[in-house]
Every structure is written in structure tokens, then in C-alpha cells.
Design a protein around this ligand. Structure first.
Ligand SMILES: C[S@@+](CC[C@H](N)C(=O)[O-])C[C@H]1O[C@@H](n2cnc3c(N)ncnc32)[C@H](O)[C@@H]1O
Length: 508
């Protein structure tokens, strides 16, 4: 089961995407009941008079999705009993996150598509992502799936919406094709097996020479042995701005049925695959490493935070140029978004998001009694000084004044000062590679002050003030501060597990 959302000490609560239609105005069940008689029987009123629905009733959640899609998005929609029923606000967060990725300069758009073209891996009977992406943003889609019911109902849902039907192609995955992953190919080559066609007439697609990396060394049982995912499904001549996927998260139906508070349906074909999401997304990663520049962005939802770490390191192993993650929260459930690309990142992005602010701050929450503001200040000092930067600590005012040359900044950003999260280190290596070139022709130092304030017992505010906003190094200021935040939170807020490289939600 994807993790339940717990408030993490020191972590900031991710919010619904600001452009999500429901971020300010959650669905009004009372209004919907008054407008749609078919929804009315599912709405009851709490003691306080609040309209509610029974989330454990599949018919209620399906009817809610139907009326929301109709009322707010002008979409006609239905799914048969038991099929996975999407929650609209949740699915919109993923769409908006992709919209942010496409809008950012991080990976420049070089495909030359006149309209955005997406690939939805496992679109399901509900076909929710193509329907939302096409109706909201005019994107075109190929939605793939493997089951008859998904293909039939996805087509019905597309055909029922003539205003977007031209934008969406539903593509059946050829389940007869057997794609061998890198490790299988290597094993077979070792064993001198000449033919990949077995006696049950299974076709094979050779993905070319087995790459030298291995993605699955830690656990053979996490291999994906199902139908093709990208390789064998996309056509040679196609290119896409992005792919997205809400994968079968679970290894068994027992695991899938753990949330007694909701009933969103979901058949074994939709919810389960051998090896669960780790295996499925690993296959997307393996495929992406084969077709690299066919997609500008590869993305997937991830149900378990622990898998996010595993998958992120797999991504760096196959040579991606960038990894982005974000957290999606709906109600008590958290899921994560994972995005990567093989395209060269733009150097412009560095300066677009780092030069604007002169003051930055973050909170350290949930500190234990033995950790005072002074301890935090000392950690700031040791983190920054170990790069060779000059640090003047003023214990009376709880300030440190820092002067750092570009070399010092680069040492900090390369993560050479502390052992830290691999994803952040690699991200920074990537981001500063363009900075280094830029900064070679500049000479001035970065000067800033870090102050630590106690807010309430157990909560500190760490603030950085840049002394000279126009410095050529000022672009490094927010990157360094971001890294400092990560280091301090990892050190003092012990519940924190992973650095979230989210690019879409405001963090401070
Ligand atoms: C969790 S459901 C997601 C459905 C829908 N996208 C959503 O978000 O509600 C996963 C879907 O992936 C499909 N699927 C499983 N293996 C697949 C494959 N190799 N290629 C395409 N779809 C696949 C399943 O049939 C199922 O419809």
C-alpha cells in the first residue's frame, strides 16, 4: 500500500498543486447533489451539516468522479464495476506537475512538436490522464494498455468526448511480444542461447546489445516479466514530450486492499504485477535507456517512498542527465512523482530560479531538547567553512557572515564538504557544471549572512541574507542554501528520510 501521509518532523507539508482546480475550491458535494440527481443518493450530511459521501462505497466514488468530470471538465465518462476509479483532484496534480516540467527551461524543448504529445503507460479503462490532459491543456496522447476491458472502455471514454477524441489514440500493447531486459539478455548471451523464441510461439524483440549496467542486482525477484512497456510499443518514428504512468503498485491483491477507508475499485490486472511498482518502473527506466531522446521527459508515479530512493539511484546508473521528484498528497495518502531525462539540460535554468531572491529561509522543526540554536549555528559554520570559505561566527547575535569565492561555492555544491544524499549531489553536479563555465569569467566573491532564530521551543528559523544581489556568484546563493537546508534537516530533524528535489511546489 502506498504510504499513509504522516506529518514528518522538519518536513514541509506538500500542498495540492496551486493550479489544481480544487486547490482553493474542493468539490462541493451539496452543490453537485443538487445539480445531478444521480449523485444525490450518495450524499449524506454530518452532524455539523457538512455534505459527505461514503468513500468505502465504490458506486459513490465512481459517481463522484463522473459528475466532477462532467461538471468541471465537460467530459462524459464511465467505467464498469470494479475497474480502478480515479480521484480527479489527485490525477490533476500529476498533470500539472508535468505541465511545470514542460514549462521549465531545465530540459529545453527540441522535439519541434507543434502540440504537446504525451504517452500514458497503462491508461486503464478510465483513460483519465489523456482525458484531463487533452481537455484541460490541449495535449495529444497515446494511451497504452494490455487488457481487453481497458482498451474497450478507454476507447468508449474517448469516443464519448468528440471535442477531444481527435487528440487521443488508444494503443493495445502486443502481449505476445516478450522483451528481455538487460540482465536477461546478458544471461542468455552467456548461455549461448541463439534463439529467444520459446516453444509457445512467443515473439521476441531484441533490445540490442545488453547495456553494461545492471539495474537489478539487489533483488532478482523485482524483475518485470510482463508485456512490453515502451520498447515494442512506441513506433520507430515517434517522439514524445513526456510519458507518464500510474503503475500497478502492488505485488499482491492483499497488499492492494489495505486501505479500508476508501473503495476505488481496481482489478488484479490494474493493481498488481510481479515485483510490484519497483519492477514495473525499473522496466520503464530500462526502456528509457534504450530509446533515450525519444522522450523529453520520462515520468512515473511511485507509491512508496523507499522505492523512490532505489529508483533514483537506478536512474543515475543509466546515465540520465536530470532527476526530479515531487510529493503528491491527497487526504491521508502520499505518492511521489519521479521524472528524468537524457537530454542535455539548459544552463539558463540555473539563473532563472536562483538569482531572484536576496532573503531565503527555512524552518527546522521538531528539534530535540539537546539541540540548541547554537548547535545549529556551529553546524552551519562547519558545513560552509569546510569548503575553505571565510566564516565569522557571532555567538551573541547568532549570525555567521560568510565570504566564499567561486571555488568555495563549487566545492560546497559538489557535495565535497559533507556526505549527503546522492540524488542531491548528482543534481548539484549537473547544475553547477554549467555554472562553472559561466563563472570562470567572473571574479567577485559571494557574501551572505546566516542567522538562526528560535521561534518556539523545538523550532528554529534559519535565514540567509545575500549582501550583494548583483554579484556574478549570486546565482549560487540559493543552491548553497538549499544544500544547507538538506544537511541541517538530515542532521537535526531525524524523521526526514529523503531529499525531495521537487521543482513544482513552493517550499518557502
Ligand atoms: C494502476 S492502473 C492505472 C490506470 C489509470 N492510468 C489510472 O491512473 O487510473 C495500471 C494500468 O496499467 C495497465 N498495464 C499493466 N501492464 C501494462 C503494460 N505493460 N503496458 C501498458 N499498460 C499496462 C493495467 O492494465 C492497468 O490498466
Amino acid at each position: 500500500m502506498p504510504s499513509k501521509k504522516k506529518r514528518k518532523r522538519g518536513g514541509e507539508r506538500p500542498v495540492i498543486h496551486p493550479r489544481n482546480k480544487y486547490s482553493e475550491n474542493p468539490p462541493d458535494f451539496g452543490l453537485l447533489a443538487s445539480l445531478y440527481p444521480s449523485f444525490e443518493p450518495y450524499v449524506f450530511y454530518s452532524h455539523g451539516g457538512r455534505p459527505r459521501i461514503d468513500w468505502t462505497d465504490f458506486n459513490a466514488t465512481r459517481e463522484l468522479t463522473r459528475v466532477l468530470l462532467l461538471h468541471d471538465h465537460g467530459l462524459n465518462w464511465w467505467i464498469p464495476d470494479g475497474q480502478l476509479c480515479p480521484t480527479v483532484p489527485n490525477r490533476l496534480n500529476y498533470i500539472h506537475w508535468i505541465e511545470d516540467l514542460l514549462a521549465s527551461d531545465l530540459i529545453p524543448c527540441t522535439l519541434g512538436n507543434s502540440v504537446v504529445k504525451g504517452f500514458d503507460i497503462g491508461t486503464g479503462a478510465n483513460c483519465i490522464y489523456p482525458l484531463l490532459g487533452a481537455s484541460l491543456l490541449g495535449w495529444t496522447f497515446v494511451g497504452s494498455d494490455v487488457t481487453d476491458v481497458a482498451i474497450e472502455w478507454a476507447n468508449r471514454n474517448v469516443d464519448g468526448n468528440p471535442h477531444v477524441s481527435e487528440l487521443i489514440e488508444i494503443r493495445r500493447v502486443d502481449t505476445e511480444i516478450k522483451i528481455f531486459d538487460a540482465e536477461e539478455l546478458q544471461n542468455r548471451q552467456k548461455d549461448n542461447i541463439n534463439s529467444y523464441v520459446d516453444s509457445s510461439n512467443i515473439k521476441s524483440v531484441d533490445m540490442g546489445p545488453a547495456p553494461s549496467f545492471s539495474l537489478r542486482s539487489h533483488s532478482a525477484k523485482k524483475s518485470y516479466h510482463g508485456p512490453p512497456v515502451l520498447v515494442g510499443v512506441i513506433k520507430d518514428w515517434e517522439s514524445f514530450d513526456f510519458c507518464m504512468c500510474n503503475p500497478p503498485f502492488f505485488e499482491t491483491m492483499e497488499e492492494a486492499g489495505l486501505n479500508p477507508k476508501t473503495s476505488c475499485g481496481g482489478t488484479p490486472e490494474e493493481m498488481v504485477c510481479l515485483g510490484g511498482e519497483e519492477a514495473f518502473i525499473t522496466r520503464i527506466i530500462e526502456d528509457s535507456a534504450q530509446v533515450k531522446h525519444t522522450f523529453r521527459w520520462y515520468t512515473s508515479m511511485v507509491g512508496r517512498k523507499s522505492n523512490l530512493n532505489i529508483l533514483t539511484s537506478k536512474l543515475w546508473n543509466v546515465g540520465v542527465t536530470v532527476v526530479k521528484t515531487t510529493e503528491f498528497v491527497q487526504g491521508h495518502t502520499s505518492r511521489w512523482g519521479l521524472a528524468w531525462s537524457f537530454m542535455p539540460p539548459s544552463r539558463k535554468m540555473l539563473f532563472s530560479h536562483v538569482t531572484e531572491k536576496k532573503n531565503l529561509s527555512f524552518m527546522l522543526e521538531g528539534l530535540q531538547r539537546q539541540h540548541s540554536a547554537f548547535h545549529v549555528l556551529q553546524s552551519v559554520e562547519s558545513f560552509l567553512c569546510s569548503s575553505g570559505a571565510s566564516c565569522k561566527l557571532n555567538a551573541a547575535t547568532f549570525n555567521i557572515d560568510i565570504t566564499a569565492s567561486q571555488n568555495h561555492c563549487n566545492t560546497i555544491l559538489k557535495g565535497e564538504t559533507q556526505n549527503k544524499n546522492e540524488a542531491v549531489r548528482c543534481k548539484n553536479e549537473l547544475e553547477i557544471s554549467s555554472t562553472l563555465n559561466y563563472n570562470n569569467c567572473q571574479s567577485d566573491d559571494l557574501r551572505f549572512r546566516i542567522s538562526v532564530f528560535q521561534q518556539i521551543p523545538g523550532t528554529l528559523l534559519v535565514r540567509a541574507t545575500l549582501h550583494q544581489k548583483e554579484s556574478s556568484s549570486s546565482g549560487l546563493f540559493s543552491l548553497i542554501f538549499e544544500q544547507l537546508e538538506e544537511v541541517l534537516k538530515n542532521k537535526f530533524c531525524t524523521d526526514r528520510v529523503l531529499a525531495d528535489g521537487s521543482c513544482s511546489y513552493p517550499r518557502r
